[in-house]
Design a protein around this ligand. Structure first.
Ligand code: 3MF
Ligand code: MG
Length: 340
């Protein structure tokens, strides 16, 4: 079994089951309670929003002390912080977008808050900042100038790169939800922008399976493209049943073959980033079972690693050479059904 992969998830992945149609159905666990689950579930590190660590409106001094306390909790549990993501979609000042808001003072708020997320990252000892550009987009096309919007995103990225010469920025792109249409809707859009920044070597992507699927793309091809650029620095593995709201289902639970192809691509490329599992438990899940989806997703990943390693490369190459994709398809399906 592979021991090289490092697994991570965020505190939001242990949740109360609330959805737009119903309130919490499970009690909220404290962060300390959640942290105690990580190692038991076989996870090594944690992904964090800035305000998962300390409230966003704390003074610099309160923040410094709060982050130090949080760091101690992580150290006590033997966990590392993988990244910090500024939560730029809940505050009323981000209602019209963060970096692309039409209001200048709202844009300033978004940048200040992002710089503060970098400070928190430094205090927790990680250099990775994830930018899920949740509200950079529109509900109606006429609301913003889309050309100006792209420039504003670039300007914000450059401002953050200049603020700290060591951090890396990882764009986590998603085509829709909460916005009707997002600017830079896919990883490839953000990758193109990376090369126009002041320091392309510090700009890359985090790719989430469900986000690729929502864009009508295949996650393994999206990831392969970013790997080719040397810019796949993190992943959010999960699954998605068609074009709906963002479901964050357990990895491999909808389309095992698609999940296998994702794992196979990561394996072949020697992917060295963390394996983040951005999965959500069902509303029907009882409190005592509310971490099973995380353990399951990790187990499915590792089982698919085994399948990928068992796969006979010569058989694959022979089928490719003979253009016998019917045989190749049956071979892959047999592998997945444990017949090889
Ligand atoms: C949204 C997401 C988010 C981001 C997280 C980090 C809940 O679709 O996937 O997870 O990954 O907020 O930016
Ligand atoms: Mg995600």
């Amino acid at each position: 079994m592979n021991t090289n992969y490092r697994f991570t998830f965020g505190p939001w992945n242990i949740s109360t089951g609330a959805d737009p149609f119903g309130p919490p159905i499970r009690p909220e666990l404290s962060v300390a309670q959640k942290l105690r689950e990580y190692k038991k579930l076989g996870f090594d590190g944690i992904q964090l929003h800035d305000d998962d660590v300390v409230p966003a409106d704390w003074s610099p001094e309160q923040t410094r002390r709060g982050v130090a306390e949080f760091k101690k909790m992580l150290d006590d549990e033997g966990l590392f912080a993988e990244f910090i993501a500024p939560r730029l979609w809940e505050d009323p000042r981000t209602a019209d977008g963060a970096y692309t808001a039409n209001s200048e003072s709202d844009r300033r708020y978004a940048l200040d808050r992002s710089r503060r997320a970098i400070d928190i990252a430094n205090m927790l000892g990680t250099r990775d900042i994830v930018l899920w550009l949740a509200r950079e987009g529109t509900y109606i096309r006429e609301a913003k100038d889309p050309v100006v919007a792209v420039q504003r995103i670039l300007d914000a990225v450059n401002a953050l790169l200049a603020y700290d010469p060591t951090i890396r920025l990882l764009g986590e792109m998603k085509p829709n939800e909460p916005m009707d249409q997002a600017y830079l809707p896919t990883p490839a859009h953000f990758l193109a922008l990376c090369y126009r920044t002041a320091d392309p070597s510090r700009c890359g992507v985090l790719i989430e399976s469900a986000h690729s699927i929502l864009a009508g793309l295949d996650p393994s091809d999206d990831m392969a493209y970013a790997l080719w650029h040397g810019k796949l620095w993190s992943v959010h593995l999960n699954d998605q049943n068609g074009l709906k709201y963002d479901q964050d289902k357990s990895f491999g639970s909808v389309d095992l073959r698609r999940a296998f192809n994702t794992v196979w691509v990561l394996e072949r490329a020697g992917y060295s980033g963390c394996v983040g599992l951005d999965v959500k438990s069902m509303r029907t899940t009882r409190p005592e079972h509310q971490t099973k989806h995380l353990a399951n997703s990790r187990a499915i990943f590792l089982r698919l690693v085994e399948v990928a390693r068992r796969l006979d490369v010569q058989t694959v190459e022979r089928c490719r050479a003979e253009r016998d994709y019917e045989a190749l398809e049956m071979y892959v399906l047999d592998c997945l059904m444990g017949r090889v």
